[in-house]
Write a protein that binds this ligand. Structure first.
Ligand code: ZN
Length: 470
């Protein structure tokens, strides 16, 4: 190969080696899909064959005990998973709420879920991901079809309980594929919560429901494989809470102790929010305080600190917590469930399942315990997104990860550079690198040339002098 061509080839290779890391930097971040099967208790995987859950355990990590946040209800815990905050800090303190400042009530079954003010005491991870210049997609996750702080997920679907799981999966996977693919996805499915309420978790009929969830997880795995995403995406499968058996024999009727005229019933069993009528606080509290040994009555300020459930006006002035398995009603006119959750988050029956696999996670690793607030900083680390202030700790869950990732924080407040500016920067850098390399190669090659004829002495003189000194 002629010397000139060789030099050009060498220059080009050097240039490519220098530029490739810069060009591929935008692809370095890992992708992440967070899946929640509502009410999937931690031990459901052990009661029937669950080959797809088992496969995730072998291919990735599992956590045996996940302490979720109080109260162990759907909306508070789903918002905790994507904010890393306890309910008192993110503001979605229950499925049914009253805000005395807004003077509005909230029910998870009402249109007020679309009033963003209920969600805006915190910022969910999909919004933070987008502010970091990346994309997110949400399939029915609580709060994900609300413009929180004016921002929806990049791709999302309005809540529709009748949309089959398989359709949600196919949509999400299409969002993870092709141009403008999302980086972070959340997927919600209503089961086995609904069946757990209706049948009771101890019913043998629940076996079929759990087997069906395993098949659904199998469908998701298969679709990810077919899309070529299975080994590229980090997949986390978890839940908001567990479930415990309740019974018609374990019912507390508040009408037996206090008149309905004295208070407003805000949140339902098993943790009941009581708003006494004006001037009736002391009377209501004293009537309830020692009324029944199967419930604990708290003034809001006396709720134990370990619940992290005190500092928010949406937490009612009096909270009644039923003991496990007990149901609180006003009277026996309503319908009864056979399973329920919402109880003390330290009860084993309230804990959710937790499994994860993918390029960021270790393989075949079992961890004894974590808190659900720790998931948020873990997800931020995987995504390379700077976490907002939260109640979690990355240090306590870092061992789930394959290796400590180099933090690549992307400041949310800094707007993304326009593409043209970035290209200009790369080109300018390339010109400088080429200039440097040309000078360098010229110097080296000139050292190897025979002495120049005297006619060129003026030019060659300094170089010759250098050589003489050596
Ligand atoms: Zn439920």
């Amino acid at each position: 190969m002629p010397v000139v061509v060789m030099r050009k080839t060498c220059l080009l290779s050097c240039l490519l080696a220098l530029l490739l890391p810069i060009l591929s930097r935008q692809e370095e971040h890992s992708k992440l899909l967070l899946v929640s099967f509502d009410g999937f208790r931690w031990d459901y995987v052990n009661r029937v064959p669950t080959p797809n859950f088992r496969a995730l355990m072998e291919e990735g990590v599992q956590v045996e005990k996940v302490e979720n946040t109080y109260i162990t209800k759907t909306f508070p815990n789903h918002y905790t998973l994507v904010t890393g905050l306890h309910a008192e800090s993110h503001g979605v303190v229950a499925n049914e709420m009253y805000d005395p400042v807004l003077n509005h009530s909230f029910s998870m079954e009402g249109p007020e879920i679309y009033d963003s003010r209920w969600w805006e005491e915190a910022v969910p991870l999909w919004v933070t991901t987008q502010k970091a210049g990346r994309r997110s997609g949400a399939a029915m996750w609580p709060g994900s079809d609300v413009a929180i702080g004016g921002t929806y997920p990049t791709r999302y679907m309005s809540y529709n309980a009748s949309m089959p799981f398989e359709m949600r999966v196919e949509k999400l996977i299409s969002w993870f594929s092709g141009a403008n693919a999302i980086d972070f996805g959340v997927l919600y499915w209503e089961e086995p919560d609904e069946s757990g309420h209706n049948l009771g978790p101890e019913s043998s009929l629940m076996d079929v429901v759990i087997e069906d969830i395993d098949r659904k997880l199998g469908f998701l795995r298969e679709k990810l494989k077919r899309a070529g995403l299975y080994d590229k995406i980090n997949l986390i499968v978890t839940s908001d809470h567990g479930m415990t058996q309740v019974s018609h024999d374990k019912v507390i009727e508040l009408d037996a102790y206090v008149s309905q005229d004295l208070y407003t019933w805000v949140d339902k069993s098993p943790v009941v929010g009581i708003l006494p009528k004006k001037g009736k606080f002391d009377e209501v509290y004293s009537l309830l305080e020692n009324a029944n040994p199967n419930m604990v009555v708290y003034k809001r300020e006396d709720i134990p600190d370990y619940f992290h459930y005190k500092h928010n006006v949406r937490i009612m002035p009096i909270i009644i917590e039923a003991k496990e398995g007990w149901t609180i009603v006003q009277n026996r006119t309503g319908s009864f469930m056979l399973g329920n959750h919402g109880y003390d988050n330290h009860l084993r029956s309230m804990h959710p399942v937790f499994l994860a696999r993918g390029p960021s996670f270790r393989t075949g690793y079992t961890k004894a315990t974590m808190r659900s607030v720790d998931l948020y900083p873990l997800m931020c680390s995987i995504l390379g997104v700077q976490p907002l202030p939260n109640n979690g700790s990355l240090a306590s869950v870092r061992d789930l990860l394959m290796e400590t990732p180099t933090p690549r924080p992307t400041l949310p407040s800094v707007p993304r550079e326009p593409q043209s500016a970035w290209v200009l920067g790369v080109l300018l850098g390339a010109v400088l690198v080429v200039g440097f390399l040309v000078t360098f190669v010229k110097q080296v090659t000139q050292r190897q040339l025979p002495p120049l004829p005297l006619t060129n002495r003026e030019i060659s003189q300094p170089l010759l002098q250098e050589e003489l000194r050596l």
